[in-house]
Design a protein around this ligand. Sequence first.
Ligand SMILES: [Zn+2]
Length: 321
Amino acid sequence: MKPLASLSLDLDNEWAYVKTHGDPAWESFPSYLDVVVPRFLDVLGGLGQRITVFIVGQDAALEKNRAALRSIADAGHEIGNHSFHHEPWLQHYSDEQIEAEIASAGDAIESATGVRPRGFRGPGFSLSAPTLDTLARNGYAYDCSTFPTYIGPLARAYYFMTAKLTPEQREQRKGLFGSMADGLRPLRTYEWDLGDRSLIEVPVTTFPILKIPIHFSYILYIATLVPWLALPYFRAALLACRALRIAPSLLLHPLDFLDGTDVETLAFFPAMQMPKARKLDILTRALALYRNLFDVVPVGEHAASVARASDTRRIAPVFGT
Ligand SMILES: [Zn+2]
């Protein structure tokens, strides 16, 4: 029997990227869901792979996206909550705003897909103790917003260099992508200790010990720099997880399935110059490798197996500012 692993996709839409980049064009909510949803459903369907798709509430609230979102649930994938406004500085919201953000996204997602989400991933891996508390009180089974890596500050430096931001926006986003301390968080699944409530945490897996990213966008980025290295790097990371008995949880992004000809506004993003045929080839091979080494399930099933285990660690929610 193969060891357990999970797979998810953060359904960040075109407007969310444009917004994070500081471009006012986001206000008309440009969407590529009609292009990317059938494409990823096709790839996953071809493999017989079910995953968790984390949907942004704002997309679910717009009529133009409903058919695409409903098709994800109809294909048998788990549906998760990826916040309403997709603002990666969610951890700076007030407790009431966090509550409203999670509840309104849950309602919109349920209305669009027919499914009430039971899992949450914060935008840009943002997380805070009030967020965990809100999730537990509202019947969520798990969170998967931790990203144990040391490269957060590096990613932020790159972001500040390339984004068009006002001084206020810079202040608001100064904690974006986390701190070095995030690298110290566990790679193994655990349970948040929230007093009389608890919540399972399924971290986004990074390379064991090195704590550098191994999710598919990063594999594709490596392929643009050193083409021969991408898949051996991914394989080494998966073998390290197996050797250390870490059940990995990896994620996909819409841009893994698109190229610059699909979305011209995002052609400047890493790996968007790579033709989609080549991208999909690398991606399919990486997914096959993942499925060869692990029994890959949606995150909700991964979390449920952790909840059943008797030796799950309990960790108090401690966060920097
Ligand atoms: Zn996102």
